[in-house]
Design a protein around this ligand. Structure first.
Ligand SMILES: Cc1cc2nc3c(=O)[nH]c(=O)nc-3n(C[C@H](O)[C@H](O)[C@H](O)COP(=O)(O)OP(=O)(O)OC[C@H]3O[C@@H](n4cnc5c(N)ncnc54)[C@H](O)[C@@H]3O)c2cc1C
Length: 424
């Protein structure tokens, strides 16, 4: 009998728990440890940040849904991982031992590198958690009552640009609905070398689609931007040329600003030698296993990816939802193989299938694999994509309540789109 512990109950950890329960004999125990008592559906946070969702619409209490499916749950933040000793140390001194560990802890938001960045000690909003998104919504209400300039974007070393684009377009829609958009100049300030680059050199025509969307919505943009500091109501940025030399300096006034920070690994992961890279992200091989501690697997935003082409201002590649699910399926197959006398051989495809909402329109793209060079790239935009994102939210939340990850019809639908979770 083995004890498998999943650390983190987000977009990676929850499917990992359900897939493991389905794949493994019931004699093996599965435990999920999560800092919070609830699951939050992160892709809906831009909607929470403008009041289109309430917190209770996009969170689920973990204990009842996991325990109903034969999975134990412990609410508590892990403070230390002792992979040499196969144990976790939780806040308050509790210890949890494991035979296999699946790390799915997401990322730490790095505000401290840019003076004045972030909602805790700075002057900009962020929408990366339900708490932050609710604070953002309070600021949006102030903006509607007293309109003024808006800045949205991503700072240097940011890697998950999708939510910033979504937020800019969704906020534009909200401001138009309140008939105040004519008093709100909007500028998108990004470290990407061009609009729609997304940290991965774009996908299909994402450059054209997003530029078109921004032109249509009168959102100006500044690319290759390095944010140097943020003061109350004022952002300072350097714009660099293709060689990284400063070509222009900007001082931009704002009433409301939402900026994507850089991401690094959480401290309990970052501080274990051999487990994480210098950014604190978990080092994994092609089977999602850590080379130094082979009974430790990792999935989701917490893993280290190989470097992509450098950009004049540093950016990074995102870890998107479907890509994360492919990592989960590979990790689960490999743990099952180990427990049944086999050897890990499953490899995730790291394919990306993303829907970005723009408030009243949207964009969908497929990248196989997510990182260039690719076999397939496709992108399209339209009103239908907005509805597709809403449908996806309902579908994913239902799957998390029901304890399923990839029902057979989903497998077939993905096959029709040419997407698979595992490499053949
Ligand atoms: C605002 C936003 C919107 C996004 N929208 C999309 C989208 O539309 N489509 C898409 O494909 N991708 C999207 N992404 C990217 C990606 O899919 C998400 O970041 C996704 O949530 C990552 O999943 P994860 O499981 O790795 O991390 P998370 O979902 O962040 O889960 C991590 C879990 O670990 C727990 N945890 C952290 N530290 C500890 C600790 N010390 N002890 C115990 N538990 C801990 C947390 O409480 C959390 O439950 C978005 C990202 C952001 C930030």
């Amino acid at each position: 009998m083995a004890h498998i512990v999943i650390l983190g109950a987000g977009l990676g950890g929850m499917p990992a728990a359900y897939e493991l329960r389905e794949a493994l004999d019931r004699k093996h125990d599965i435990t999920v440890v999560n800092a919070e008592e609830h699951f939050q559906f992160v892709p809906s946070l831009p909607w929470l940040a403008v009041g289109w969702r309430k917190r209770e619409d996009i969170i689920l209490p973990l204990a009842p849904i996991l325990e109903r499916h034969g999975i134990r749950f412990i609410a508590g933040a892990v403070e230390k991982i002792h992979p040499g000793d196969n144990r976790l140390e939780l806040q308050g001194g509790r210890e949890v031992r494991y035979d296999y560990l699946v790390i799915a802890t997401g990322v730490r938001f790095v505000f401290e590198d840019v003076p004045g960045l972030g909602p805790d000690r700075g002057h900009t909003q962020w929408i990366g958690s339900a708490d932050y998104a609710e604070r953002c919504y309070a600021d949006v209400r102030k903006l509607i009552a007293d309109p003024g300039p808006v800045l949205v974007g991503g700072v240097q070393y940011a890697s998950c640009f999708g939510p910033a684009y979504e937020y800019a377009a969704i906020l534009d829609t909200v401001l138009r609905q309140h008939h105040v958009r004519d008093r709100v100049p909007m500028t998108f300030v990004t470290s990407e070398p061009y609009i729609g680059h997304l940290g991965i050199g774009g996908v299909g025509d994402t450059k054209g689609i997003v530029e078109h969307e921004f032109r249509d919505r009168h959102i100006k943009w500044i690319t290759n931007a390095k944010v140097t500091k943020i003061e109350p109501g004022k952002l300072f940025a350097e714009e660099v040329d293709s060689k990284g030399q400063v070509a222009d300096r900007h001082e931009l006034a704002f009433k409301h600003a939402m900026f994507l920070p850089a991401f690094r690994g959480i401290e309990p992961v970052a501080t274990v030698e051999g487990l994480a890279n210098p950014k604190g992200l978990v080092i994994v091989d092609e089977h999602q296993r850590n080379p130094k501690y082979p009974n430790v697997y990792a999935v989701g935003a917490c893993i280290a990816l190989p470097p992509v082409d450098p950009t004049p201002v540093p950016t990074g590649p995102p870890k998107t939802g479907y890509m994360i699910e492919t990592m989960v399926t590979a990790a689960v197959n490999n743990i099952r193989a180990e427990l049944t006398g086999g050897v890990p051989s499953a490899q995730a495809t790291w394919n990306a299938f993303c829907i970005a909402d723009f408030g009243d329109t949207g964009m969908v793209f497929i990248a196989q694999p997510q990182m260039p060079p690719r076999n397939v790239t496709w992108s399209a935009a339209g009103r239908w994509a907005h509805w597709a994102k809403i449908a996806f939210e309902k579908y994913f939340m239902r799957k998390m309540r029901k304890g399923v990850t990839e029902p057979i019809f989903e497998k077939w639908a993905m096959k029709l789109l040419g997407l698979a979770r595992l490499k053949p």
